[in-house]
Design a protein around this ligand. Structure first.
Ligand SMILES: [Zn+2]
Length: 438
């Protein structure tokens, strides 16, 4: 599939979410942190609505929250300590470690925050984690997403900037997820936004007893990781632009404003104790990360070897299995892709993406009934992805059920009107006499 077409499809999907939020436009509002009057067309209820509509899709694309409840509880504890002392303590913050192996941390506008396993195993102490979460909470408090959307910079434009870097390569597009993988549904922040989030993040750290030195260490780690393996940090740095200025500002601040606080405990032991289960499988995570990178550069054979290596070290790993299934899909090995996706379903029951990948494998193998049942299951677990509706229609078409196929295609075209899938749906509707050619 053409990556550019997939980009437009996704863009339409996200613009629909944006447009629906703008219905309750309110005008100018006071920024909770700066106190300045600024254009903000979104109410707090709008931010919560966008967050609730978008975040579950991104979490699923990132292979869901880890099943280690103790680790999620730890992240929540560190996050809430900062959030409750922020300028918007009333927001519905939530924190989870997601199974993805690339390096990323992000938030949605109402405070649904996620950190990937790939990032968490790269950190060495709790102060670094607090810096990361403080920065994300900073974006929520400054209402950066709401303000960007109000200025007309919708998610779509922001995603446009990412497209050249990622859309052609990423396997989720081949897997028919409409490019919802790898952080593509996330808003990108401006350099000013980053400056503000860093500053307020350090302030929240200082207020809550964390060592602000963690912010400098976090940035140093990310820069070093990026030098070693840029593709693993592509999304993180595309959404949170990194600069030497950010690092220098943080270094300056720990010598001036926060000099006294740098003597505080970095909580290295506490962090490493919590991270022990993840650190034990770090060689597997490294192999998955390397495999994902190879998958993006379409080196499927080598990618497959890395996934196999990782799965030997961490048998049944949900993200590892799905990456492996996507690799098989990309190689047109549909029966093996379906088998591995089914293993992933067993390994993490109720996580939606495995059903989508199995559905794709069955649909491509022209086993439409099995495909449809997988897409139906996915739609029940995670409603609101127009591409599921498209593939439900596609399976109905394959099963010679023209009426339900046409209904699905019409529903899909109400949300997505560009890209390969939209063209197919549109052509079928003309062919079947549901619409007249314009
Ligand atoms: Zn940022």
């Amino acid at each position: 599939m053409n990556g550019h077409a997939a980009l437009y499809s996704r863009r339409r999907f996200l613009m629909t979410a944006s447009a629906s939020a703008l219905v309750t436009a309110t005008g100018c509002a006071t920024n909770p942190v700066s106190g300045r009057r600024e254009l903000n067309l979104l109410s707090e209820a709008d931010e919560i609505k966008i967050d609730r509509e978008s975040a579950p899709h991104q979490f699923s694309a990132d292979y869901g929250a880890v099943s280690n409840t103790r680790l999620n509880a730890y992240l929540t504890e560190v996050g809430l300590r900062l959030a409750t002392q922020s300028h918007r303590p009333q927001m519905p913050y939530s924190f989870r470690v997601v199974n993805a192996v690339y390096v990323n941390g992000y938030t949605f506008p109402a405070g649904s925050v996620a950190v990937t396993r790939g990032l968490l195993v790269s950190l060495q102490n709790e102060a670094q984690l607090a810096a990361l979460l403080g920065h994300e909470i900073g974006h929520v408090n400054y209402q950066h997403t709401a303000r960007a959307m109000s200025r007309g910079i919708l998610y779509s434009l922001v995603i446009g900037a990412l497209s050249s870097a990622l859309s052609d390569k990423y396997s989720d597009i081949a897997a028919g997820l409409g490019g919802l993988g790898a952080g593509l549904a996330l808003a990108s922040y401006s350099r000013d936004n980053e400056r503000e989030a860093d500053a307020i993040g350090m302030d929240y750290m200082a207020r809550t007893g964390a060592n602000p030195l963690g912010m400098v260490q976090l940035m140093e780690i990310l820069v070093a990781l990026n030098d070693k393996n840029p593709s693993a940090l592509e999304v993180l740095f595309a959404t949170h632009p990194m600069s030497t200025e950010r690092l220098e500002t943080a270094r300056h601040k720990i010598q001036s404003d926060y000099a006294a606080d740098t003597q505080r405990d970095l909580h290295r032991e506490r962090y490493l104790d919590q991270l022990a289960p993840l650190r034990r499988i770090k060689p597997a995570l490294d192999a998955f990360q390397k495999g994902e990178e190879l998958l993006m550069s379409k080196k499927f054979g080598e990618a497959g070897s890395e996934f196999k290596k990782g799965l030997n070290l961490a048998p049944g790993d949900y993200a590892g299995l799905l990456l492996s299934a996507k690799c098989r899909l990309a190689q047109n090995d549909y029966s093996e892709a379906a088998r591995i996706a089914r293993d992933a379903q067993t390994s993490y029951p109720g996580e939606p993406q495995a059903h989508h990948i199995a559905g794709m494998a069955f649909a491509k193998a022209r086993q439409f009934e099995q495909g449809l049942s997988e897409f139906n299951r996915y739609a029940t677990l995670l409603p609101g992805n127009p591409f599921t509706v498209y593939y439900q229609g596609f399976c109905r078409e394959g099963m010679q059920q023209r009426q339900p196929a046409a209904e699905a295609y019409q529903k899909f075209l109400q949300q997505v009107d560009e890209g390969e899938e939209a063209q197919h749906a549109y052509q079928k509707l003309i062919e079947w006499g549901y619409i007249k050619k314009q």
